[in-house]
Design a protein around this ligand. Structure first.
Ligand SMILES: Nc1ncnc2c1ncn2[C@@H]1O[C@H](COP(=O)(O)OP(=O)(O)OP(=O)(O)O)[C@@H](O)[C@H]1O
Ligand SMILES: O=C(O)C1=C[C@@H](O)[C@@H](O)[C@H](O)C1
Ligand SMILES: [Mg+2]
Length: 165
């Protein structure tokens, strides 16, 4: 079967739910953020600090194109949909799940986070970023799953029923 791509804002649960789906379906698992760290041998905060966001976005697009097209759960980075070519590429793949999460829930989940450079950049308006990005997640999505007040396992089951529907 075609791979499943998870898209959504930081903290929407792409990495966590990809892990649940990987266990439930026995498919391969990829995470574009982790692929970047492994390939370039640098943490994401270090890439942002030393190379800048534009370079990170190039690395991210390269990794997206290197993901496996079949029988793989792919967690993407929260900003993957910023790039129009990435959006078109995702639309062409088909199984794109948007994990839609409210601002209040994201704030709760990431209140102690120190690993996400954009989240931790005090000069960025993250709530506005979520508003600006939401139409882009919706543009690529073949399925939209609300994640507020659901456990990771509940969300994974919902995704499995959706893709089998
Ligand atoms: N359904 C959920 N309910 C409660 N907490 C959750 C849920 N899904 C994920 N979390 C928690 O939210 C935090 C962020 O999750 P995760 O790293 O999976 O997000 P992400 O979408 O991959 O973010 P990023 O875009 O930054 O990679 C983690 O602490 C995770 O345990
Ligand atoms: O939303 C974003 O722009 C990001 C989300 C993370 O997954 C990482 O890709 C990185 O921290 C940037
Ligand atoms: Mg992640």
């Amino acid at each position: 079967m075609k791979s499943i791509y998870l898209v959504g804002f930081m903290g929407s649960g792409k990495t966590s739910i990809a892990e649940c789906l990987h266990k439930a379906l026995g498919w391969g698992l990829q995470d574009t953020d982790q692929m970047i760290v492994d390939y370039y041998q640098m943490s994401i905060p270090t890439i942002f600090e030393q190379k800048g966001e534009a370079v990170f976005r190039k690395y991210e697009a390269n990794m997206l194109h290197n993901t496996t097209a079949e029988n793989t759960i792919v967690a993407t980075g929260g900003g993957i949909i910023e790039n129009e070519e990435n959006r078109q590429w995702l639309i062409n793949q088909g199984n794109i799940i948007f994990l839609q999460t409210s601002w209040e829930e994201i704030e709760r989940r990431l209140q102690h986070d120190s690993s996400r450079p954009i989240w931790n950049n005090q000069s960025r308006d993250k709530q506005k970023l979520l508003e600006d990005r939401t139409p882009k997640y919706l543009e690529v999505a073949s399925h939209v799953i609300q994640t507020d007040n659901k456990t990771e396992e509940m969300i994974a089951s919902e995704i499995i029923s959706n893709i089998h529907a």
